[in-house]
Design a binder for this molecule. Structure first.
Ligand code: FAD
Length: 466
């Protein structure tokens, strides 16, 4: 997608959806979002094809030991490794919150499984595989089939989807296919395309740079002086893991005052600094706090960009400074609604249940059971939302950062669908864990005091666990 100003003029592109009509729908991606979208769409009677470029379901949760050849991920033609997981990753949300609402993510009584409340990544993959099996999702999935182009056919008001499938055997070529669908649901994930910090002088700096997308294990950092940029929950985990191997770790954060330079509690080799000011040819890096450090490695834990390389909408749907827009309620681009939709755009959320609500909404709208406002009204809503962000001085790149507004958002979606909303225990548990993660990043996964909320969660799970 080319970041240009969206065209809000032609408001007549959407196909009219007659009442209660089942649709022929393409879902792009078989991660958590694509799996639940496929389930909800089929449940409403739609005919669904899920395109998945990997050979299995799970998306992000399929750990891949390989990394990309371009460690910063700047080369647009590099071979893509989808997942950004590292070997030691444990979830940053407790399993009670994480699971789909009607398929709880409960610990299994099996010695092969990870029973922890914040399990390792393999446990999440196994959970998603079980979800796919329970709801027979795989029969809708075309594996090793990558969507390479999606465009709208104005004359017939349908979408064309071009895909490529690897040929079997020794032949490493592709077979291409073009098909027509009434609707496309985009579920391609947004933790694959690295966002890199802009550092004055970096092109002359002689050290190595990586993005966290290409971090798997700490051993290569042995005895190195490492600068890690970022303050997300993965940055907190990785800085601690690397400190166990590196000579020194200097964390650069833009969310601390400019004079910050603090030795981190419990470490003799890890410091927190304000942001980097510049990098120099002699290998040194200067921070805003005035300190200069000679370093070997810069690790960018600076997040990811939305990326829809296959989507061609003539500039109607764009990504501009990490704002995907215009999107009504983060799901429907008004001009193409309801035939084009996105699941999973908001971040800083509890992803799986939100995917479930968004998918129910999309499935009901496509059937004609749930009505959307007019395209003009949806555009007004989007514009008003953008103005509210501006008025609160929220940068464009945080458009889809939800945080605490996710609860209201999920309840709004649930009300559209006529189903129960985000449970109160889930909200309280999310707030409790966010606080613990902030105050005790080392221990929040293994020590907690929200036992009463766990009990409430299991009461809700009773109908779904035999
Ligand atoms: P993905 O899981 O990324 O799936 C997208 C799928 O689309 C992939 O299978 C991909 O192969 C496929 N695809 C992409 N492009 C194409 C194409 N052109 N054609 C065909 N197929 C395509 N969430 C939590 O709930 N708890 C956590 O603790 C947590 N920790 C995280 C830690 C890290 C490091 C990261 C990166 C994310 C974490 N998340 C966590 C968020 C996680 O991304 C979501 O939980 C969720 O897995 C996202 O699902 P998705 O389906 O939107 O995307």
């Amino acid at each position: 997608l080319i970041p240009t100003t969206p065209l809000f003029t032609n408001l007549s592109m959407s196909p009219p959806i007659p009442a209660l009509t089942s649709r022929n729908v393409a879902v792009i991606g078989a991660g958590a979002a694509g799996l639940v979208a496929a389930r909800e769409l089929r449940q409403e009677g739609h005919k669904v094809v899920v395109f998945e470029r990997d050979n299995q379901v799970g998306g992000t949760w399929v750990y891949d030991l390989r990394v990309e050849p371009d460690p910063l991920g700047l080369d647009p033609f590099r071979p893509i490794i989808h997942s950004s997981l590292y070997r030691s990753l444990r979830t940053n949300l407790p399993r009670e919150i994480m699971g789909f609402k009607d398929f709880p993510f409960i610990a299994k009584n099996d010695k092969e499984r990870d029973p922890r409340r914040f399990p390792g990544h393999r446990e999440v993959l196994l959970y998603l595989q079980e979800f796919a099996e329970e709801f027979r999702i795989e029969e809708m999935v075309r594996f090793e089939t990558e969507v390479v182009k999606v465009w709208f056919l104005e004359e017939i008001k349908k979408w064309k989807v071009k895909s490529q499938k690897k040929r079997g055997g020794k032949d490493d070529g592709f077979d291409f296919d073009e098909e027509t669908f009434d609707a496309v649901v985009v579920c391609n994930g947004h933790f694959t395309e690295p966002r890199v910090a802009d550092i004055p002088g970096i092109s002359a700096w002689p050290g190595k740079q990586f993005h966290s997308h290409n971090y798997r294990v700490p051993e290569p950092f042995q005895d190195q002086v490492v600068i890690l940029i970022g303050s997300s929950s993965s940055a907190a985990d990785l800085s601690r893991e690397i400190a166990g191997f590196a000579k020194a770790v200097h964390v650069a954060s833009r969310s601390v005052p400019d004079d910050t330079c603090e030795l981190q509690h419990g470490y003799d080799n890890m410091w927190l600094h304000s942001m980097i000011e510049s990098a120099r040819e002699d290998g040194s890096v200067v921070f805003r706090n005035g300190r200069t450090i000679v370093a070997n490695i810069i690790l960018h834990c600076t997040g990811f960009k939305y990326h829809f390389p296959f989507l061609q909408t003539n500039g109607i749907v764009t990504v501009d400074d990490n704002r995907v827009g215009p999107l009504y309620k983060d799901v429907f681009p008004p001009i193409f609604s309801p035939s084009l939709s996105f699941v999973g755009i908001p971040w800083k959320v509890v992803p799986f249940p939100m995917f479930e609500f968004q998918s129910k909404w999309i499935a009901g709208v496509l059937l004609g059971r749930i009505l959307l406002p007019s395209q003009e009204k949806m555009m007004e809503d989007v514009e008003a939302f953008y103005l509210s962000l501006e008025a609160s001085n929220i940068p464009k790149r945080y458009t889809h950062n939800m945080g605490d507004t996710q609860f209201e958002y999920n309840c709004w979606l649930a009300a559209q669908c006529g189903c129960p909303g985000f449970e109160e225990w889930r909200k309280k548990m999310y707030q409790a864990v966010s606080e613990r993660r902030h105050n005790s990043p080392e221990t929040y996964r293994d020590k907690w005091d929200d036992h009463h909320l766990i009990l409430e969660a299991y009461q809700d799970f009773t109908p779904y666990i035999s």
